[in-house]
Ligand binder design. Structure first.
Ligand SMILES: [Zn+2]
Length: 264
């Protein structure tokens, strides 16, 4: 049995025990103790920026320059507006709207501007208000691992998108989107597969283990996104470039995906 498999079975079996004890508590009709929920949450967001900095320093992301607490989108809006001085209002509004659309599912978000993809510069990740009460971030190691998820997105934004046999950057990438040879939602979903799988792989390697809930959420998201992509490949719904992009990511995380398939 490989190390990843052994560890994941441990995490998932541990969860089964938690679920079983909640069920038996309910059967006895004992009220769920509030203290027990509070005790499980060991992360302190009294000063969100300090907490983010400390997790950032422990995570040591290679492709992020900083993580900025931005509950009202003010700082990410400023960043985008400055980047697009002289461009049309419509283009800027499009980018501002996009950061808001992704926020409910992503408490952290890399400012990814298509035209800049592959420029070699480190990226900034912005933390949304919901980071302070996310069920998937209950201890410092959870936050550290969530920053790693963003580092995966940042790497791609920094050096270009990997289509297996070649890397595509900025203008060429933009042209492919315009010609519908690749579609935003498809590319994003495949990028998430990469980021969720990397989260699980890092958690397996690191000494500071994230919470079981954090791993379950990453594993569930990975399975969901993998199923969608697998069905799309089988149903021939992807363009040839999208298929290449998906296959490169699936190959990169082959072991993790094979291990998780057993829990589908
Ligand atoms: Zn992501």
């Amino acid at each position: 049995m490989n190390k990843l498999k052994k560890w994941l079975i441990g995490v998932l079996a541990g969860t089964a025990i938690i679920t079983a004890s909640v069920v038996s508590t309910k059967q006895k009709e004992e009220p769920l103790k509030r203290e027990s929920i509070v005790l499980e949450r060991t992360i302190n967001f009294e000063n969100p920026q300090i907490t983010l900095n400390s997790a950032f320093n422990l995570c040591k992301p290679e492709h992020l320059s900083e993580v900025v607490y931005d509950p009202d989108f003010k700082k990410s809006d400023d960043y985008t507006i400055k980047r697009f001085v002289g461009h049309s209002r419509r283009l800027i509004e499009g980018y501002l709207q996009e950061t808001r659309t992704g926020a409910p599912n992503h408490a952290l978000c890399v400012a990814d501007i298509l035209e800049d993809v592959g420029d070699g510069k480190k990226r900034i990740t912005f933390a949304r208000r919901n980071i302070t009460n996310s069920i998937g971030i209950s201890c410092p190691a959870d936050l550290e691992n969530s920053i790693h998820h963003e580092d995966i997105h940042a790497r791609e934004s920094r050096f270009g998108y990997d289509f297996g046999d070649r890397i595509i950057k900025g203008k060429e990438l933009g042209d492919l989107f315009n010609k519908k040879e690749i579609r935003t939602e498809v590319i994003k979903a495949i990028g998430e597969l990469d980021a969720y799988a990397s989260q699980i792989e890092r958690a397996n390697r690191t000494e500071r283990k994230p919470s079981a809930m954090h791993i379950i959420i990453a594993a569930t998201n990975l399975c969901q996104v993998y199923n969608i992509i697998e069905n799309a490949i089988e149903g021939r719904k992807l363009t040839s470039l999208e298929k290449k992009y998906a296959e490169a990511k699936i190959l990169k995380h082959k072991d993790t995906i094979e291990t998780l398939k057993k829990y589908r």
